[in-house]
Write a protein that binds this ligand. Sequence first.
Ligand code: NAI
Ligand code: MG
Length: 507
Amino acid sequence: MSVTKKKSRTNPKRENGKSNTIKLKFDTSWSYAPAPESKSAASIKPQYDLFINGEWQKPLSKKYFETFNPATEEKLSEVADAGSADVDKAVKAARNAYDNVWKKMVPKERAKYIFRIARMIQERARELAIIETLDGGKPIRESRDFDVPTAANHFFYYAGWADKLEYAFPNRKAVPLGVAGQIIPWNFPLLMAAWKIAPAIATGNTVVLKTAESTPLTALKLAEIIEESGLPPGVVNIITGAGETGAALVNHPGVDKIAFTGSTDVGKIIQRAIAGTHKKATLELGGKAANIIFDDAPIDQAVEGVINGIYFNQGHVCCAGSRLYVQESIAKEVIRKLKDRMSSLIVGDPMDKNTDIGAINSRSQLETIQKYLKIGREEGAEMYESGCPLPGKGYWCRPTLFTNVAQSNRIAQEEIFGPVLSVLTFRTDDEVIEKANNSPYGLSAGVWTDKGSKIFNMTRRMRAGVIWANTFNKFDPSSPFGGYKESGFGREGGLHGLAAYVTLENV
Ligand code: NAI
Ligand code: MG
């Protein structure tokens, strides 16, 4: 790291003198020598087949599609595009493994496999982190320090429960559901696979998991780990494909449970598709989290938490703190500090360990974000974006902040899923609770205040599945996660996450 000479303050300047877009001067008072992670520690095959029944099987569809590095637009590999016959094969393999092996296995033996998978993820952590960053565009610091360790922790946590289900559900017998069809998104590809697979197999179910089309590679690496772990064939099947593959899995009559994380629109399609069937479901959908700062909060900490809450992982987070409510008396100070901090964030090469904000996951997601930036300006909000330089190739979005936002504006109501923060103000507790709850979503929220009593008052009255107090985006395998309203239903993580994969019978 080298400290440079110039100490610059952010210097708002209106572009063209008239538009309501203001570019903040990039704060170069700290500059870092590049510290890129090496690609050579990861091996990516040129082509991947489907992992069905413990083997790598060519797709019956005979089709493959490409996955790219969104930071360079370079092709990384191609993966199988599973058709309905492939899905059928995977579900049958899972059913066979369920009936003949997994459900009959002594729970303690099941636990050993899951512990082994957890340890192998740790052993191959560096490779997994590199591939996560190459395939999805998130900064290596995040994949290395958050995604991969948290994925391993989920396997450890649920391995621990596998032979203790009678303590998890006292006086009840936990009976597995059967075959779980699991569909995951592109924002936390390995972690979502872990969230879904670990509790399912710990409770004796078998799995067919479909990755997201733009980020299949770490789940395929996980399939390699599962293969090496010696897990009986068919207990975990990992397939690749797009929406049609997902729909074939949802509609397959041999599936007993659907676990889905993704958009609210697809969540609704899935709910309609399984209505009237025996299939159980947990849906983890979108969000528009309110992050609330009261005037008694430690402001610098709160500002750092807000920055982390919205710019972490390019804002590709369902629980991102995308609506900021600041108490009016401190609004000026908070907005000034946010702008200062925002304009020092480094956007660029996700493989560089200094990078704060990596690449947007895909061209289409970048277009969605840009559409909302336009909507925000048209709605009359004032847009501030960092003046940081962007790489020439790839998909990028500067950290952006809107002020003068009205509660009814689309940028305050709809999920943008990018590094874009809408700032609103409030005067009283009642007002902010009403505003925070005035959303079709209810996944997460944050409260920043010095007073414990205020935290309890807020958390009791807010309709959000997870509420962080004086922190944001903290995850632990033992704590449940999930939403209210259009953010979905069912919980993942903790004991609740186990309950979602069993029926409880009287003993
Ligand atoms: P999406 O909901 O289409 O994709 C999520 C997963 O669902 C992918 O694996 C996809 O292949 C699968 N899928 C798509 N159509 C399906 C269908 N009819 N049946 C079964 N599976 C299907 O999300 P998309 O289009 O990638 O992103 C759109 C928006 O969704 C984002 O801008 C963001 O707002 C939100 N989103 C929310 C996520 C969350 O964590 N809650 C994750 C990803 C996206
Ligand atoms: Mg990719």
